[in-house]
Each structure stands twice: as C-alpha cells, then as structure tokens.
Design a binder for this molecule. Structure first.
Ligand SMILES: [Cu+2]
Length: 113
C-alpha cells in the first residue's frame, strides 16, 4: 500500500468511528425501577448537554416513566428496558415518576450549571 492509500484508509476508519460516536452519544445513565422505586432517586447531569436515561424495570409489571417538566413519557413493560433521551436542558430540578405507581416511584433529574 502506498502512502496516499494508507492515509485514505486511516481517514475512512477514523470517520467511521466518529460517526458511530455521534450516533450513540455518551453512554446512557442507568436508572433502576424496583419495588416501584427509582434508584438512584436523583440523577445529576450538566446543563446544556443532551443525555439518555436507560430505565430498567425490574418489577413484574409495566410502569410509565413520566415527566411533565422533561416532556417525556415512556411505558416500559415488566422486566424490560427503555431509553429516554433528554436535553439539552437549562439548570434546574426536573421531577419524574413512574406514573402507574406514583405513590412510591418518584425521582428527579438535577441539572447543574
Ligand atoms: Cu403518562
């Protein structure tokens, strides 16, 4: 392989990597729903950066990740996972709940400046 070809191959590999990273973004923040409670109950993120929450519903029944302030709703069946993409957001506190078990399933995203 001559020099130009080697350079082209390297560029192609690099741009493929860059694209994959853009598509997936930073790794999702894990959030566990178990016994109708969220762990952690508070998720802290930086302002003005999009992020994703991976909700694992370890309960045997469905619940709905629901947040008026985040403008997100996602039903997650029992024993299943769901990704909720959020942001970028200004600093503040954004409560969420498991709407089907809202008495106990309460949490918040805290966005720090
Ligand atoms: Cu709802």
């Amino acid at each position: 392989m001559n020099r130009t070809l080697a350079l082209l191959a390297a560029c192609a590999a690099l741009s493929a990597c860059a694209k994959a990273e853009t598509a997936s973004g930073p790794p999702p923040i894990p959030l566990l729903l178990k016994d109708h409670r969220f762990t952690p109950a508070e998720i802290t993120v930086k302002a003005n950066q999009p992020f994703a929450i991976e909700v694992t519903n370890a309960d045997g029944v469905a619940d709905e990740f629901d947040s008026d302030s985040l403008k997100r709703e996602k039903v997650i069946a029992g024993g299943q996972k769901g990704i909720v993409r959020v942001g970028p957001l200004p600093p503040g506190r954004y409560p969420f709940m498991g709407e089907y078990h809202a008495k106990t399933a309460q949490g918040a995203v805290v966005v720090q400046p």
